[in-house]
Every structure is written in C-alpha cells, then in structure tokens.
Design a protein around this ligand. Structure first.
Ligand SMILES: N[C@@H](CCOP(=O)(O)O)C(=O)O
Length: 404
C-alpha cells in the first residue's frame, strides 16, 4: 500500500486505512496471482467477485456477499436520440442489493474487516453508505454504527438502516461534521472499523464498475464516463479500475472522466473552473441531491488525480437541472434514480452544450442510487393526480384520460 500524499509504502493490511505517518489517503496495489483475462472472468458468475484476481486476497474466507454488482448497462435510447447520441448508456447502480453503488465496496471491505477480527463497523453517511454497511454488517454478524445528519437524510435510506438493525446516531450538523466525528471516534477507540471511502479497501470493490462497463461494451472502454461527485471515492475507484485494465493489457485506451457536483456543494468543480489544484471547500453545502451534499470531500486528492490523468473535467449543475434530469430518466427511459444520480445526466447535458463532449462519442453515465431511496423527491416530481368520488366517477375519469 502506498500513501498518495507522502509516498510512504506499507505491507497491505485491512486495518491500515490511513497513512500512519501523515494521515494521507492510501492506495492499494493488488498484484494478481495469475494473469486476469476476460476468458477467465466470463466463466464465472457475474458480480464483484468475478474479478477476484484484481481484488484483495481473501484466501480461506467466504466473501460477505448479497449479490452485488452485475448491474445493467442500460442503453438510453430516447434520451440518446434527443441529444443526438448513438451510443449513450447508463450504468444503473440502483439495482445493487441495497440500491446503490456502495455495495460493491462494502462486500470487499466488510469481508476483510471480518477476517481481520473487527467487531464494530462505523460510518458517517448521507444515507446510502449507512444502508449498505448496515446490510453487509448484518450479514457478517458485526455491530454497525451509522452517523447521519439529523433531519437531512432521505427517508428511504434512513428506513433501510432502521430495518437492517444498525445503531443510528443522528448528528446536529452536516455530513462533513459526521465524518469528523467518525474519524475522531476511530482514533480514540481501536474497536471501531471505519468504512467510509477513505478506507482504500472499499474502493477496491467499487473499481469493478469499470470492469463491468468494458465487458458489457464487448471489451471496449467508452470515450467518457460521467459520475456524480460527493465524497469523491467513486470517481477515483472507477478510474483506478480502467487504469488496471489498461495496465494488464485488457483495454488499449482509457476513457475520460467527468465529475459532476451540485452548485451548492461544488468544492472540486469550482476549484477546477479556476484552474486550482486544491478544492475550494464549502462549509455549508446545500443541494436537494442529499447524497452529494458534501463540502469537504475526503477523497479529493484521488479524484483530482483521476480527472487530471484522464484528461477529463469537473462541472457543476443546479438543483433545477438535476431534478429535470431525474424526471427525464424516469419519464423517457423508465429508470428511477435519486436526485444525486441524475446529476450525471444533467452534467452530460451541460458538457454537450459546452462542446466538451461530442454526441458521436460513446458515453456512460453512472446512476449511483435508486429513486426509492428518496420518496419525497419522487413525489415532488409532480404527477397528474386526480381524485374520484367513487367507482362511476373513476370510470369516467379513466376513460376521459385514455383519449388525452
Ligand atoms: N453519499 C455518501 C457519503 C459518504 O460517502 P463515502 O463513499 O465516503 O461512504 C453516503 O451515502 O453516505
């Protein structure tokens, strides 16, 4: 393992999640025991563990798995046609077991944590990470503690953590406050094992999204991958996945990465626009897209590197654009996503308008979480709703609507 800040190297260990020397982020380097190949992988069941040559070794341990990964790459036929694309796809991560991409990382990191003897898992969360750790921790028989912003966590996500039986700490403050609290607690009590995305083992699982995209596209990478950015772990992990495929000769070129933030929570996109190398942190982030309402993204060095190395871009979109994109996905493609996920479509539309992405390129947008996570946002989408006084009235309404 190597620190991305000071360059110090360490022998890999699941307990090692930050650089002991400088506190920086760590990068895991997996050296495969045998060469990875598409032919080998094709013989296995689809899902995260199909790619085990490029995942941390968990020899002798049964993975803590609930069927994560193998999510559909949906061709966005109607939106694609509208925007002039011939090859526009959405990787629908909402179809993971707890409804978000976090499950890819959690299956790997919880497996390692359990093998390393962890007793209590802990995360700060806007909701999805909490739901995921609550489920995987339950499966592993471990205690799980989630710290979420009080009154600011989408109902579906909170309900998941309740049902999965986590201990829920609701903090008066933002996600960034929750993360500070978790880091402080982990520093004070060695029984706690943190599972936010600064834990590099989690990102190892998340990188498999890149492998699946290439596999679904017949061995070819897309030209662009567009990803919503909150705590900035996913864009870093996906880029790592593509780089590894390239390093092992499984693809011969790399995609460009586009990171999309909400205007009210855009420390990376604002810095990018000004040509800065460090984020313009936001102390009071605000956006309807709760999953990316983050002002101090912990993975910013990795995310900056991903976008810079890939010759990509950061951009930001308004809440209005996000909610419009959410409605487009649902009403034109039948794909229900939470608002943060729709940031990727809103960002794509902006980048096409600005001439950064061209409609003759192959683009994959990442849809990070299911629409049911945030039922309130779904209801706010504004349906045509009618009240019928009884059966006869309902019949009249339905038949009149048939011609409408
Ligand atoms: N949106 C996230 C925020 C935490 O991100 P993580 O990837 O560091 O766990 C969430 O769902 O909690």
């Amino acid at each position: 393992m190597q620190c991305v800040a000071c360059g110090a190297r360490y022998p890999p260990h699941p307990r090692l999640v930050r650089c002991p020397r400088c506190g920086g982020l760590l990068d895991v380097k997996v050296e495969p025991a045998r060469p990875p190949s598409w032919r080998l992988w094709e013989q296995r069941r689809p899902g995260v563990w199909r790619y085990r040559e490029l995942l941390p070794a968990v020899s002798g341990v049964k993975p803590v798995s609930i069927g994560e990964g193998a999510t559909p790459l949906v061709e966005l036929e109607n939106i694609g046609r509208m925007l002039g694309f011939r090859r526009l796809y959405a990787k629908n991560e909402g179809q993971n077991p707890t409804g978000s991409f976090k499950d890819r990382g959690m299956t790997v990191a919880v497996t390692l944590a359990k093998a390393a003897g962890a007793r209590a898992l802990v995360v700060a969360s806007t909701g999805n990470t909490a739901a995921s750790v609550s489920a995987y921790g339950a499966r592993a028989g471990l205690r799980r503690i989630v710290v979420v912003p009080r009154g600011k966590t989408a109902l579906g996500k909170l309900a998941q953590s309740v049902l999965y039986g986590a201990d829920i700490v609701e903090i008066e403050g933002s996600f960034d406050d929750a993360l500070r609290a978790v880091m402080e607690a982990v520093g004070r009590d060695a029984r706690l094992y943190p599972l936010n995305s600064f834990n590099p083992w989690r990102l190892e699982g998340q990188k498999t999204l890149a492998y699946e995209v290439v596999e679904a596209l017949g061995g070819e990478p897309p030209d662009w991958v567009v990803v919503p950015v909150g705590n900035a772990g996913n864009i870093s992990a996906i880029w790592k996945g593509f780089r590894e495929l390239h390093r092992h000769g499984l693809i011969d070129r790399l995609p460009r990465m586009a990171g999309v933030q909400a205007e009210g929570a855009a420390p990376l996109a604002r810095a990018w626009r000004k040509g800065l190398n460090e984020p313009l942190f936001v102390d009071k982030p605000e956006t309807r897209a709760t999953a990316i309402r983050i002002g101090h993204p912990v993975n910013w060095p990795k995310a900056m590197r991903a976008v810079r190395e890939s010759n990509g871009v950061f951009t930001m979109v308004s809440d209005r654009e996000i909610l419009r994109a959410q409605a487009m996905l649902a009403r034109l493609e039948g794909v229900a996503v939470e608002p943060a996920s729709a940031a990727s479509l809103a960002g794509l539309i902006k980048l096409v308008e600005e001439g950064v992405i061209s409609s003759d390129e192959t683009v994959v947008i990442v849809l990070t979480g299911h629409g049911l996570k945030d039922p309130q946002a779904m209801l706010e989408a504004g349906a045509r709703r009618y009240v019928a006084a009884g059966v006869e009235d309902a019949v009249k309404l339905v038949t009149s609507l048939a011609g409408g």
